[in-house]
Ligand binder design. Structure first.
Ligand code: ATP
Ligand code: MG
Length: 760
């Protein structure tokens, strides 16, 4: 078949073209960020189709996310100049393996309609097994076992293949429980995520006929983001490519950021061993970023040991230097970025005018997003959150808000329905129906209906007692809402605590639970900006209504992990503080492995930017409800001075940047700006507030003083004072909560932060 003209080849450089045109045998494209790896991979698919080497359904093409798969499909269609009749095998490892496993499920003892368990289900199942095995799951949480098993699955290890070195896992019971778990899954006709690959590897290894069939079928194999494959994925690929060896992998060792999920950079190095004679293509020209951005990224990543090492160059014009700015606190950082984006839209600050689609904010931890979402809503700046629900759409936030709504308006039936059995109060469908019918019969709200149902003895037993408590609690909290002596933040914490909602997540051992608890703290923090609960709830309902059509231009907010492979003309990288980025966990780890992965994440972040990259940090940040003073990230020190402009935040040194057209710029040393925070309006505001409250303020902020008290200094038996409950003595300490026997109000559990040591 004669090849049609190939415009898709014309805009490739010689090295890329080589990778595209070298169709037979193994090809490894190893190159830095923005060098056109994904572009070349896409062109290769088009070339395979255009030259008639393969039909769309004979190409196996693996991307890292579903979004990337969609984009690649679109691009292939565009480049080919015709709609392709689908590429069923273009997708993520998981999506491809689900399809394959459905066809061959019986080979591993499953039926083709198997269910895929999510993490919650997985943990629940493991917990049952752990308890049945007589293991104390407080000491040995099922979540830990789940981590161990996932680790084995990532390495394609079935229970009978676990190396002796791992025999001690999960208190020497790991292997046995893994075997039981797999058996139980089979009985349930279910798989977990790790199984999708594991089962396929096992099928290919034990059924050569099946393997041979697919080796023939998938004439060409392509893999993007190869540096993030784990051993199981690697084995799967090697098996499939074992016949014709027409496999093309592209990756960048410097962008390996999923080590925590079992990815092994070593797979890149192994490629050349396993596929001898592999054609290795190196790309060095970067087409994405300006020289300053590239230089900064290169300098940061240079701090890592054991890199394959590569130099990048670009023909792009100089452009802007990286911009670095320190702020007083996280809120100011969000406010500044909001203003900066508006200014960029107008095309001031010496930059061209940007539209919102061209701008992204990339955060290290998803809890950082909330400050931006709130700020942008306040100023009406459209945004989208990529790779996760927006803050106020998260389950735990909606639950908590439902409680607040009920406190403010007891007749909010939707809120009542949402939380009546969350946490579990033993109220099944029948009890809930009784509440509904009672409410309807009396023409009252569900809450009132519940009260009547309990009074009349329509709901009995444990559920009835729990419902009575809920009804009474809600009424009590409602009264507290009118209490001038109590802040609405305090009330919110009381509601979440006393309802058992916080405890529910504290007892939850799923991997998501800690994040949900963080989000709840973040929610209480958000309340500070409002006068009362009502004001806050109105704000949020406006937010929820604010959902615009998706065609509108919006700023993108996402995590650094989700940003892999993407690019934006302007990128903001906030929160560059030690403990946040690099994360505390990576800093606590012995050895440099964790820290190096964080550094690669920094490299990924900077290299997403095409024209303008703005890095920021705050001197104070409230993390999980506690104020912490933060130091600029060690990665800030690794930025090369020659390629960085330090911006002075508004208000510092008498201010100037806020309204003025041109930023005050200086050398990297003026990062001391941050050392001078005591001049900032934020600091002065803090002091003024402290003064109003009559708190004596030495050096630190009001919040710091109070938090420090809360965290450490109470002792059992100590006499304390609480604004609402008065005097009492401490009878127990549990994390940041105190059990206090109040002289008037009796025993209560209260948040330490709202307690002060009694002076008398
Ligand atoms: P990452 O490592 O971040 O995934 P990548 O190597 O996959 O990056 P691409 O996303 O494919 O890089 O390309 C980066 C940018 O450079 C894209 O905007 C792409 O269109 C452009 N580009 C790539 N190659 C060329 C080329 N030969 N000529 C012009 N532009 C190119
Ligand atoms: Mg790419």
């Amino acid at each position: 078949m004669a090849a049609r003209p190939a415009p898709y080849l014309d805009d490739l450089n010689p090295a890329q073209r080589e990778a595209v045109e070298c169709l037979d045998g193994p090809v490894l494209m190893l190159a830095g960020a923005g060098t056109g790896k994904t572009k070349a991979l896409t062109a290769r698919i088009v070339h395979l189709l255009n030259t008639g080497r393969a039909r769309p359904n004979e190409i196996l093409s693996v991307t890292f996310t579903n979004k990337a798969a969609r984009e690649m499909k679109e691009r292939v269609g565009r480049l080919l100049g015709q709609a392709i009749e689908g590429m069923p095998w273009l997708g993520t490892f998981h999506s491809i393996c689900v399809k394959l496993l459905r066809r061959h499920a019986e080979l591993v003892g499953l039926k083709s309609n198997f269910t895929i368990l999510d993490t919650d289900d997985q943990i629940r199942l493991l917990k049952q097994l752990v308890q049945a095995a007589g293991i104390d799951d407080k000491r040995w949480p099922a979540r830990q076992l789940a981590g161990v098993i996932d680790g084995w699955k990532n390495r394609a290890l079935t229970p009978d293949k676990i190396p002796t070195a791992d025999a001690g896992a999960y208190n020497h019971r790991g292997v046995e429980l893994y075997a039981q778990y797999q058996e139980r899954l089979r009985q349930l006709n279910a798989v977990d995520f790790g199984d999708l690959l594991l089962h396929m590897v096992v099928i290919f290894q034990t059924h050569p006929d099946v393997l041979a069939q697919y080796q023939r079928w998938f004439r060409y194999i392509l893999v993007d983001e190869y540096q993030d494959t784990n051993v199981a994925q690697y084995l799967w690929l090697r098996l499939l490519a074992g016949g014709h060896k027409n496999i093309c992998c592209v990756g960048d060792d410097d962008q390996s950021i999923y080590g925590w999920r079992g990815a092994e950079v070593g797979n890149i190095l192994r490629f050349e061993k396993d596929f001898p004679g592999a054609h290795v293509v190196r790309l060095e020209q970067n087409y994405r970023s300006t020289p300053h951005i590239l230089a900064a990224a290169s300098n940061v990543i240079r701090g890592n040991q054991g890199r394959l090492g590569k130099e990048l160059w670009t023909q792009a014009e100089e452009g802007e230097k990286l911009r670095l700015i320190g702020h007083w606190d996280g809120e100011e950082e969000a406010r500044w970025i909001g203003e900066e984006i508006e200014a960029m839209q107008r095309g001031t600050r010496g930059l061209r005018a940007f539209n919102l689609d061209e701008i992204a904010i990339l955060v290290r931890a998803s809890h950082q997003m909330r400050a931006f979402e709130d700020r942008f809503l306040t100023i009406g700046l459209p945004y989208r959150v990529i790779g996760g629900p927006r803050f106020y759409e998260r389950m735990e936030i909606r639950d908590a808000m439902a409680y607040f709504r009920l406190v403010v308006s007891p007749e909010d039936d939707l809120a009542f329905e949402r939380i009546v059995n969350t946490p579990k109060r033993g109220l099944g469908d029948k009890a809930q129906q009784t509440i509904q019918t009672t409410a309807r019969a009396n023409g009252v709200s569900l809450l009132e209906g519940a009260r009547i149902a309990v009074e009349d003895g329509l709901i009995k037993g444990k559920g009835g007692a729990a419902l009575r408590t809920l009804v009474e609690d809600l009424r009590r909290w409602g009264r507290m809402a009118g209490d001038k002596d109590m802040t609405h933040m305090e009330l919110a914490e009381i509601v979440l605590d006393e309802s058992g909602y916080t405890t529910m997540w504290q007892n939850d051992k799923t991997p998501e639970a800690p994040g949900r608890l963080e989000n709840l703290k973040e929610l209480v923090k958000a309340l500070e900006n409002f006068e009362n609960l009502q004001g806050f709830l109105e704000h949020v309902s406006l937010i929820m209504d604010n959902e615009q059509a998706d065609s509108e231009q919006k700023v993108s907010i996402m995590t650094l992990h989700a940003a892999k492979g993407l690019e934006f003309p302007a990128v903001f990288l906030p929160g560059w503080e030690d403990g946040l980025f690099p994360s505390q966990r990576s800093m606590d780890e012995s050895g440099v492995k964790g820290l190096e992965e964080e550094r690669r994440l920094a490299y990924v972040g900077i290299t997403r930017a095409e024209e303008v990259c703005t890095i920021s940090f705050a001197a104070n940040r409230r993390v999980f409800g506690q104020w912490q003073s933060a130091l600029p990230s060690r990665f800030v020190d690794e930025l090369p001075e020659d390629h960085v402009d330090v911006l002075t935040p508004p208000g510092l040194y008498g201010g100037g940047y806020g309204a003025a057209a041109a930023p005050v710029r200086g050398t990297i040393e003026t990062r001391v700006a941050e050392a001078n925070v005591y001049n900032s309006p934020g600091w002065k505001r803090m002091q003024a507030r402290a003064g109003e409250r009559g708190v004596s303020q030495p050096k630190e902020s009001r919040n710091t003083v109070i938090d420090l008290t809360a965290v450490s200094s109470f002792t059992i038996g100590e006499r304390v004072f609480h604004q609402k409950f008065g005097y009492g003595s401490v009878t127990g300490i549990e994390g940041d909560k105190l059990e206090v026997d109040f002289e008037k109000a009796g025993p209560k559990k209260v948040v330490a932060r709202f307690i002060s040591a009694s002076d008398d």
